[in-house]
Design a protein around this ligand. Sequence first.
Ligand code: GRF
Length: 211
Amino acid sequence: MSTIDKSADNKFVKRRVAIMISGRGSNMQALINAASDENFPAQIVGVIASSPDAKGLEFARQNHIPTAINVLKDFQNKSLADQAVSKILQEWQTEIICLAGFMRILGSKFTRQWHKKTINIHPSLLPKYKGLNTHRRAIEAGDKIHGCTVHFVIDELDAGAIIEQIEVPVLPDDSEESLTERVLNQEHILYPRALEKVALKKIAGTKADIN
Ligand code: GRF
């Protein structure tokens, strides 16, 4: 993690980050843990879940992080659900959104509104294996190297500019489960590192888009 000079004209302002989840939230946990370090350049201001049953909510609450639930079926359509998410994010004065296993595809109005402010973690070496079942597809293809990616979110699924990747070897006796677990361990290292990079770009006053 980079060391930040907090004395310089009070320039150290932690970026306000919201995390969006649908389930377990292990990447969310990694981000919350990283942000608990006083030198990390971002603070987690809230967690939005697409279901009240998302397991990750418990960890967020234990850490006294505000939470909100946004269930698609509570709205007339997806666009209205997205709008409600945006409203919460604005109330939290969110500067960066981290999608962490958020299983609903956000509409183009949302992705445009939060362009260059929304990042996502994906369990493959993008542009390979966009979408689901990435580990199974890597094994079936006989890949020797697999991995994970953090990228900016744009309207097209899993297609935004890549921020950081970690490669993970596929071992000869790997099952989908064993590969999933090894990649997930690396995701927990990758996501805080990528968020730090995005947050620091902003602090330095340079453009948020890395590429
Ligand atoms: C992770 O594999 C992530 O890459 C993908 O969804 C999974 C979420 O896992 N987008 P968790 O909820 O963070 O544990």
